[in-house]
Design a protein around this ligand. Structure first.
Ligand code: ZN
Length: 141
């Protein structure tokens, strides 16, 4: 794959430097058959350094997870070599399977097959609460 010219695919840009592997893991990009390019520590005027991920396929990306990693991330959809869509991200209302509840008495600690789910309760201060026991998680980003 020529990483500069994707014909049909997705470019995830403005990833905070060092977070591309987190995204790679959370989006399960290792399971894809298509080419995936991770470009780390690209010098960016706005951010200092950033990471970029290029995916040579138009799959559905979990924007919730990207919004959780950083609301600054941009997702560009490329078709026939041109950008046709730029998606805006925000902190998701609900996070499933991303955070883990630290309360040892939470039902998710006892019943491990229950999905870990957190609801955004304070967007300004980036506070999520476990939907089962309301244990608070503050996102420090
Ligand atoms: Zn909990």
């Amino acid at each position: 794959m020529n990483i500069d010219s994707i014909k049909n695919g997705i470019v995830i840009d403005h990833i905070p430097a060092g977070e591309s592997m987190t995204i790679y893991r959370l989006l399960h990009l290792d399971r894809l058959d298509c080419s995936v390019a991770i470009i780390k520590n690209v010098v960016s005027g706005k951010m200092g350094k950033k990471d970029i991920i290029k995916i040579d396929s138009t799959l559905d990306i979990d924007l919730d997870i990207l919004g959780f990693i950083s609301p600054d991330i941009t997702v560009n959809i490329i078709r026939d070599g041109a950008r046709v869509e730029k998606k805006q991200l925000a902190l998701p209302e609900m996070l499933t399977g991303v955070l883990a509840c630290k309360n040892p008495r939470c039902i998710t600690s006892v019943e491990q097959e229950l999905p870990q789910r957190f609801k955004l309760t304070d967007r300004e201060n980036k506070v999520y609460r476990c939907i089962y026991c309301e244990t608070k998680v503050e996102i420090k980003r």
